[in-house]
Design a protein around this ligand. Structure first.
Ligand SMILES: C=CC1=C(C)c2cc3[nH]c(cc4nc(cc5[nH]c(cc1n2)c(C)c5CCC(=O)O)C(CCC(=O)O)=C4C)c(C)c3C=C
Ligand SMILES: [Fe+2]
Ligand SMILES: [Fe+2]
Length: 343
């Protein structure tokens, strides 16, 4: 690594509690769910709902779920993001730090570490590790990074990498990381994406007249697609399936991790896992392309709970395809994008 690069990199992910202890999980959930881009209710109502009802009820259950997947070095999401940092750093002459939107390591610490490396830093490139745009993922990550940047009055330039849901290098890395699993006999490949309240889709539509208002909106061209999560996840699935030569009738798409009583994007993964065996899908492959690193939502919700539910509903085999994590083609893709931005 060069002694003093003018440019520094921050890989940004969602974050996890510091430990599986209930007070740590509570702290994390409070920070996460009090984010107005995640639960977008008026402040006082949100405060009462989150701190008074949701977090006290959810934290002990979440802590149990985290205990089932926790590694000796910590949360899989944070450990895997650090592994990605190291792998990218090996091939890049610019210093690479990581930051979590909630919890640790914080955005502040990432900026400060880059400045320690070079106090005359000219630019920071931030790569939010979310392939798709959502107010509750990509948007809150970049807005938080900007808010900390402004509060600290930093002089360096801050550049954001846009969502990469259809970038050929991401599609290729996804497809190649999945390919070995497709050698086995299967009835269906299910792309399961993190869900969103439907309301978030209409809210993110800058035209105010496209998302969920036009028939088959996600397949009708519109400037709204730049911020339309559902359009973007359809696109990722279509491109990956095409690259792998999977016929349309052999793959499907659903949305997981619903929280609360509102209508979220459908179909719901949890429901589909119960219905699929009854529809003749006995051998299932499942992949979660909204996450580049394995986390609670893949390791516990899908690989443990989802599997249990599918098999109990009459399924014969359930294979979870891991996230890209530090797949060489994914590392190569990140290095390529960041190197290109250097010039
Ligand atoms: C209204 C609630 C939530 C929205 C909207 C939401 C969107 C969203 N989340 C991710 C990525 C991840 N979410 C993770 C965990 C998680 N998500 C929510 C709620 C919403 N997410 C909660 C309460 C939790 C915590 C765990 C729990 O109690 O169930 C994770 C995993 C974190 C980990 O530590 O492993 C990720 C990753 C995206 C990409 C997204 C919008 C598209
Ligand atoms: Fe989430
Ligand atoms: Fe749409």
């Amino acid at each position: 690594m060069e002694a003093k690069s003018d440019i520094g990199i921050i890989l940004m992910n969602l974050g996890s509690p510091d430990s599986t202890a209930v007070p740590d999980v509570k702290r994390y959930l409070n920070e996460f769910l009090m984010d107005e881009r995640v639960i977008d209710y008026p402040y006082l109502f949100r405060l009462l709902l989150i701190k008074g009802i949701i977090v006290p009820k959810r934290a002990p259950n979440s802590a149990e779920a985290y205990k089932k997947i926790w590694w000796k070095d910590g949360s899989p999401l944070v450990v895997l993001t650090k592994q990605l940092q190291n792998a990218v750093q090996n091939d890049l002459s610019m210093p690479v730090e990581i930051a979590m939107r909630y919890g640790n390591p914080s955005q502040e610490s990432a900026y400060e570490n880059l400045l320690k490396h070079n106090p005359a830093l000219k630019e920071v490139i931030l790569l939010p590790l979310y392939p798709h745009y959502a107010m509750s993922s990509y948007e809150t990550a970049v807005e938080h990074a900007k808010a900390v940047y402004q509060k600290k009055g930093y002089r360096f330039k801050l550049t954001m990498v846009p969502p990469f849901y259809s970038e050929p290098d991401y599609i290729n890395a996804m497809a190649e990381s999945m390919r070995p699993y497709l050698q086995q006999d299967y009835d269906q490949l299910l792309f399961s994406y993190h869900g969103l309240p439907e309301r978030h889709m209409t809210k993110a539509d800058p035209t105010h007249k496209h998302c969920l208002q036009v028939n088959d909106c996600c397949h009708v061209d519109s400037p709204a697609h730049a911020t339309c999560y559902r359009h973007q996840v359809f696109k990722t699935s279509e491109l990956v399936a095409e690259k792998l030569g999977i016929p349309r009738e052999k793959w499907a798409l659903s949305f997981q991790s619903r929280l609360g009583r509102e209508e979220w994007l459908k179909p719901y993964t949890a429901l589909r896992l119960e219905e699929l065996p009854k529809e003749g899908v006995k051998k299932l492959l499942i992949v979660c392309p909204a996450f580049v690193s394995d986390c609670l939502e893949t390791l516990e919700e899908i690989a443990m709970e989802g599997k249990k539910s599918f098999l109990a509903s009459g399924g014969d085999s359930f294979t979870m395809i891991p996230c890209m994590n530090i797949h060489p083609l994914w590392v190569q893709a990140v290095v390529k994008w960041l190197s290109a931005l250097q010039h």
